[in-house]
Design a binder for this molecule. Structure first.
Ligand code: C2O
Ligand code: CU
Ligand code: CU
Length: 457
């Protein structure tokens, strides 16, 4: 890895002059050989950024009103129109696709989703605290030509959340074909940071949505899975950032904020700046984005030493609730031996207001599973039996990775690992609420690595 790093750095310096840096990623598997071979290709496409219209247009969530889920043509590869599925809306007379939604805690979002696909769909607001109906899961999917009305209040702290499809069995395909957008919640902490550093969304506060895609010979998005790919999860041959292949960003010498979202179906990344060593020893090195420093404005801001404060972590009583990640020997991943089926109902019940510890145990003969919990954000308490390359970057005696700090909605559980997480099931919703707990490898989710849990009021 260190060798690649040196080689690559020399290459980038040659390409863009002394003032360039790159964001690279190393997926955990070596299956990316073809993408890696591309690393010698030039970064010739300007990174698509949120703006006032078109893809990723910035819109206040409470003003949106309606989102159409439909199929259209879109040039993912330059000059090659490809069938593409998107969330579309009209805002002030112009069309926006997969809008970047902004919200503040307390905002009420009333929104109609209209399904113009030829299959059922539903929008899930990933990471948000919602009641089950507004959470948007398969139980609420609507068929072609139907619509679904959301009405919820944003309750969560500042973060980069996202929205994507969550129908039964085909979430992976729908997200792959284009359906995904960001929802950025901004609160007072966030406003203070933006003021301190002079940040603006789409300009110096930049979302980077990382997705791997494969293209047919004619350059159209392709999603065809063998049985094996269904089992491992889909890995695309090319890594896009903001749907831009081989992107570059012209920047100034000053502080930028990047909000990095792994919007891939199955691939894991370990993004880092090319001039910084580190990361996992596993996987291959793939350049993602080239940043060209074009100017040096007079900028003398400092990153505040404290960005925010986490809510206090109240201790849980009792034994942890155990979840074992494994497979059924027939190419299906399971949680506690279960494959998701609506016929199962909700195998897990927790009491509203309870504090619990969950223990997520991954089999040794397994793969990393990014486990995601709907309805409640959680904290990671401890990692045990981590593989060596994880232990090597762990920050403390309890084995945590740098990305384990903070409120999370997803935690990556490595083969052989036991991860303890803390959950507080307090929420303001009366009546029983059902949520999903699943692997966010979307092919795993679609093939049943998901379990429903009920919060009893
Ligand atoms: Cu982002 Cu249940 O999903
Ligand atoms: Cu979710
Ligand atoms: Cu998985």
């Amino acid at each position: 890895m260190v060798t690649t790093f040196t080689t690559r750095r020399r290459f980038l310096a040659a390409l863009a002059g002394a003032g360039s840096a790159a964001l690279g990623g190393s997926p955990w598997r070596r299956a990316a050989a073809s993408a890696a071979a591309d690393s010698a290709a030039q970064f010739t496409n300007r990174l698509r950024l949120p703006g006032s219209s078109g893809l990723y247009a910035v819109v206040l969530a409470k003003d949106l009103g309606q989102l159409m889920v439909g199929e259209m043509q879109f040039e993912v590869l330059p000059k090659v129109p490809s069938p593409f599925w998107a969330y579309a809306a009209e805002v002030a007379g112009s069309r926006v696709l997969n809008p970047t939604l902004l919200a503040r805690p307390g905002d009420r979002v009333r929104l109609r989703m209209v399904n113009r696909l030829k299959q059922p769909t539903i929008i899930h607001w990933h990471g948000l605290t919602n009641d089950e109906r507004n959470d948007g899961i398969g139980q609420y999917q609507v068929g072609p030509g139907r619509s679904f009305d959301y009405d919820f209040t944003v309750r969560d702290r500042a973060a980069s959340y996202w929205y994507h499809p969550h129908p039964h069995d085909v979430a992976g395909e729908q997200a792959y074909r284009g359906l995904a957008g960001l929802l950025i919640v901004r609160d007072d902490d966030e406003a203070r940071l933006a003021r301190a550093l002079d940040l603006a969304v789409g300009d110096t506060d930049i979302p980077l949505v990382i997705q791997d895609r494969s293209f047919s010979f004619e350059g159209k998005l392709e999603y065809k899975l063998t049985r094996d790919q269904m089992f491992m999860g889909f890995l695309g041959e090319e890594i896009l950032v903001n749907l831009t292949p081989r992107p570059y960003l012209d920047a100034a010498r000053r502080v930028y904020r990047f909000r990095i979202l792994n919007g891939s179906n199955a691939r894991s990344y370990d993004p880092h700046a090319a001039h910084a060593a580190g990361g996992l020893a596993d996987g291959s090195e793939i350049p993602l984005l080239q940043i060209n420093i074009r100017s040096s404005p007079d900028y003398k801001r400092e990153i505040p030493s404290q960005l925010s404060r986490l809510p206090r972590l109240a201790p849980a009583a009792g034994e942890p609730r155990r979840f074992t990640l494994g497979h059924d020997g027939k190419s299906n991943w399971t949680i506690n031996g279960w494959r998701f089926s609506t016929a199962h109902g909700t195998p897990v019940t927790v009491q509203r207001g309870a504090r619990e510890t969950w223990l997520l145990q991954n089999n040794r003969a397994s793969m990393p599973h990014p486990m995601h919990i709907h309805g409640f954000q959680f904290r990671v308490l401890e990692r045990r039996n981590s593989p060596d390359q994880i232990r090597a970057v762990a920050t403390r005696s309890n084995g945590l990775m740098p990305q384990d700090f903070g409120m999370l909605d997803t935690v990556l559980v490595w083969p052989g690992e036991s991860v303890r997480i803390a959950l507080d099931f307090s929420h303001p919703f009366s009546g029983d609420q059902t949520y999903m707990f699943h692997c966010h490898n979307l092919e795993h989710e679609d093939t049943g690595m998901m379990i429903g849990y009920k919060v009893r009021a």
